[in-house]
Design a protein around this ligand. Structure first.
Ligand SMILES: Cc1cc2nc3c(=O)[nH]c(=O)nc-3n(C[C@H](O)[C@H](O)[C@H](O)COP(=O)(O)OP(=O)(O)OC[C@H]3O[C@@H](n4cnc5c(N)ncnc54)[C@H](O)[C@@H]3O)c2cc1C
Length: 476
């Protein structure tokens, strides 16, 4: 019998009941507060006549390019790139928080380069359009009995977008998504096409799996796949100190292990996935949004008293197992994230991960308004030049803020903790690092910069964010 996620909702009822018992005057000044950030805008930017309007998922990156091009073939991509008078930036589903994609020149939407083109039944290698969304790739692979070994939290990103920023799931023996790339086709700044494998172009292969879209537009990937498999998912709630103490062991015990911490509660939720044989139960409803609403309600009502907030949620949260399901790997590993947020995620060398995590929790909890859960994951090493994981096993620590609330403390208070612990930022999530810092963090950063200059001497694929990270001047 699967355990229903509705358990958390029932506990939410207890929270609401608790709130009724608190005299209004005790928290009136707190709940009269406005938690919103003043510069938040959820509308697309107003584009001047003849220009287009673009923004990313969280609305924090915005642009009014001269054109958003929607090529339907590799030839189209070549023509667009070769004929563009100024800068060109490819983009996928716009799920990066950093300024990787925006351009005031031509933005190339690769979402029509999609679907499985070929499958080698002997090797299991599959060729996909670079704009294929992860859920489409997973579904098409499943129809032919194949899968990727791992997936991230959500699956609406494109292949090109995910690989280009080193998007990852969790699992101490499992590598980030780009490590499953066996080859790709790259349209360079001249409009020429390179067919890249480890053997044909070793340096471009090492640089191009995590390329930040800086080497050109990738039109298709050849992926290494595995036979499809089922997983058993368990989610349980536990005091965060116990969870942190057991985290390294749990990561070693389960195929996929991660945990969330609910700030100001003292409790975390752990998620494990292990290989499953036999009939499956299927997956229950997603109620992550309802849980977030409850955490926000708690913050709004009891944030003025951290002690009371901790006590109320401590009593209301269900303890022990709250989900117990089995299903196909791709149906369990990714979920949906309808509630929008901003995020900073740093990848820490495994030996510093737990230390950094404790420091981040202590610092975050100096802010009474913080309520969004933090996420902690484990990732195995690979060898791409700009992979944050290429120096050994890593623990990733991600913090989030509601999309319309301030997140300046990510930069002023949390990023310094990560940097002091040798952390490398997720390329697609908030960070402030420029060339000097990145050169120190990545032994091959100089090689990447030299290769980029060789492939794109005029800087066609630059924008201000890339220019900052590469130490280039940006001519608009
Ligand atoms: C709700 C949410 C959940 C997330 N969950 C996770 C997670 O679990 N794990 C994780 O690691 N990350 C996660 N991310 C981050 C996300 O996976 C990355 O930012 C990813 O890059 C987004 O893919 P995209 O298709 O939206 O690409 P975009 O953000 O549109 O682009 C990302 C980069 O790819 C480049 N690019 C796109 N297409 C091409 C192309 N055809 N050729 C060359 N370059 C190209 C762009 O130029 C840019 O540099 C999450 C983000 C959000 C908003």
């Amino acid at each position: 019998m699967p355990v229903s996620r509705r358990t958390i909702l029932l506990a939410g009822g207890a929270v609401a009941a608790g709130s009724a018992a608190i005299p209004v005057e005790k928290h009136i000044s707190w709940s009269g507060r406005d938690f919103a950030r003043t510069d938040y805008d959820d509308d697309y930017p107003e584009a001047p006549e003849g220009e287009e309007s673009w923004m990313n998922w969280s609305g924090v990156q915005r642009a009014t390019p001269t054109e958003i091009s929607l090529p339907v073939s590799e030839d189209d991509v070549s023509a667009v790139v070769a004929s563009a008078p100024g800068h060109v930036r490819p983009f996928g589903s716009g799920h990066s928080f950093t300024g990787l994609a925006p351009s005031e020149g031509v933005m190339v939407d690769v979402s029509r380069l999609t679907g499985m083109k070929a499958l080698d039944a002997t090797t299991g290698q599959a060729v996909f359009g670079a704009g294929t969304r992860l859920f489409q790739m997973a579904t098409e692979l499943s129809e032919v009995g194949r899968a990727l070994p791992n997936l991230p939290d959500i699956d609406v990103q494109t292949l090109a977008g995910s690989f280009s920023t080193a998007t990852h799931g969790t699992g101490e023996t499992l590598t980030a998504l780009h490590d499953h790339v066996a080859g790709f086709r790259l349209v360079t700044a001249t409009g020429d096409v390179l067919d890249v494998t480890r053997e044909s172009h070793p340096d471009i292969f090492a640089a191009g799996r995590v390329s930040l879209g800086a080497l050109g537009v990738i039109t298709q990937y050849t992926l290494k796949t595995v036979p499809s498999f089922n997983l058993h998912r368990k989610v349980w709630v536990e005091p965060i100190d116990d969870l942190i103490a057991r985290a390294e062991d749990l990561a070693g015990t389960h195929r996929n292990f991660e945990f969330y911490y609910f700030p100001h509660t003292g409790y975390g939720a752990a998620i494990s996935h292990d290989l499953h044989k036999g009939p499956v139960t299927g997956r229950g409803d997603d109620i992550d949004d309802e849980t977030l609403d409850q955490l926000k309600m708690l913050r709004n009502q009891f944030g003025w008293s951290p002690w009371l907030r901790r006590k109320i949620i401590g009593a209301a949260l269900p303890k022990g197992t709250i989900e117990d399901f089995s299903d196909s790997s791709y149906k369990l590993l990714s979920t949906t994230r309808p509630t929008k947020f901003n995020e900073m995620e740093y990848h820490l060398p495994r030996e510093n991960g737990i230390k950094a995590l404790k420091q981040v929790i202590a610092q975050l909890e100096t802010h009474k308004h913080v309520f969004f859960p933090m996420e902690v994951r484990f990732i195995a090493p690979d060898d791409a030049w700009l992979s944050p994981f290429n120096s050994g096993p890593h623990i990733s620590v991600a913090i989030h803020a509601a999309v319309d609330e301030p997140y300046d403390y990510f930069y002023s208070e949390i990023e310094p903790i990560h940097r002091a612990n040798g952390g490398r930022p997720h390329w697609g999530k908030h960070h402030s690092l420029g060339k000097d810092e990145l050169m120190l963090l990545y032994p091959k950063f100089g090689n990447f910069l030299a290769l980029r200059r060789e492939l794109d001497p005029a800087g066609k694929f630059l924008n201000p964010h890339l220019a900052h990270m590469f130490g280039e001047t940006f001519d608009a």
